[in-house]
Ligand binder design. Structure first.
Ligand SMILES: C[S@@+](CC[C@H](N)C(=O)[O-])C[C@H]1O[C@@H](n2cnc3c(N)ncnc32)[C@H](O)[C@@H]1O
Length: 270
């Protein structure tokens, strides 16, 4: 096998993560594709995720790995007191809904039982010790409170996986973090180490219609930090990005859109 996508160290390596999340450029490129692409059925994954926390005016909710603050701002709209924490200071500088603080989900800088609920949205696959993170999320939420972790299914966007693997060629495998580190299918085992119950809830499966080849290319380019090292010798990630751009343009010309099947969901822990 020429390469096997990202290794454990690439997903959790401090230097790689520091580059990937030095600010919100990479995250924003991925968010943009979702924002500008029509989906059937129409569905707002961030809003759905936030609702699983049952936030209410007066409740106090933690958003761990809050990134540039999209879910955080939705939480604040509910009238709850929402607190963000993220490992990246640069990312927090871009947050649309401050205040938030720098911190590591594996050693949260909060008192035991300080929150009514906590979120770990699309972030646990970046954490080296996910069981320690689960224990910390359990610790900072009061007894009876809920912790919601979101991630992708290991079969998310198979069309994009096929496109990227075809672009690299040979038997190179695009191993995404939700396949290898923290998936909807495998996450319950990890979270079960800290919680009495973990319920897997799938968001409605969506067809996402990509009609902007440049946005699709930007999305794939944004993941370079995690995959470039694993390419066969002499291959560059920019070639993969160019091939994805061309294949997307072709799909748009032939069928009106590149259609991706989005499979995401949540693990609801108590
Ligand atoms: C894919 S982004 C998700 C952002 C946000 N939760 C969302 O759903 O839009 C992952 C975020 O997790 C943060 N992160 C990674 N490892 C972390 C850790 N150990 N503790 C706290 N945050 C971390 C990154 O800095 C990044 O902002």
């Amino acid at each position: 096998m020429q390469g096997a996508g990202a290794t454990e160290s690439q997903w959790a390596d401090e230097d790689v993560l520091a580059r990937q999340y030095v600010d919100d450029r990479n995250l924003a490129a991925r968010q943009r594709l979702w924002r500008i692409s029509r989906s059937e059925p129409e569905f707002d994954f961030n809003r759905w995720s936030v609702e699983l926390l049952s936030p209410s005016p007066g409740s106090v909710v933690l958003d761990a790995g809050c990134g540039n603050g999209r879910p955080l701002s939705l939480l604040r709209e509910t009238g709850c007191t929402a607190v963000g924490v993220d490992a990246s200071l640069g990312m927090l500088g871009t947050a649309v809904a401050p205040p938030a603080t720098v911190g590591d989900v594996q050693a949260l800088p909060f008192a035991t039982g300080a929150f009514d609920a906590a979120a770990a949205f699309m972030m646990l696959y970046h954490v080296p010790d996910r069981r320690a993170a689960a224990a910390e999320l359990r610790r900072v939420v009061r007894s009876g409170g809920v912790v919601v972790a979101t991630t992708a299914s290991s079969d998310n966007q198979p069309e994009l996986r096929d496109m990227v693997e075809a672009a690299v060629g040979g038997d190179w495998v695009w191993t995404r973090p939700s396949e290898s580190h923290f998936s909807l299918e495998g996450g319950a085992d990890i979270l079960g180490s800290a919680f009495d119950s973990v319920e897997v809830t799938r968001a409605p499966e969506r067809q996402v219609f990509v009609t902007d080849a440049e946005a699709m290319a930007d999305y794939v380019a944004s993941t370079e930090d995690h995959y470039a090292h694993s390419l066969p010798p002499g291959r560059q990630w920019s070639e993969v990005v160019d091939a994805v751009r061309s294949a997307t343009s072709e799909a748009i010309a032939d069928h009106g859109a590149l259609v991706l099947t989005a499979r995401f969901g949540a693990l609801v822990c108590r």
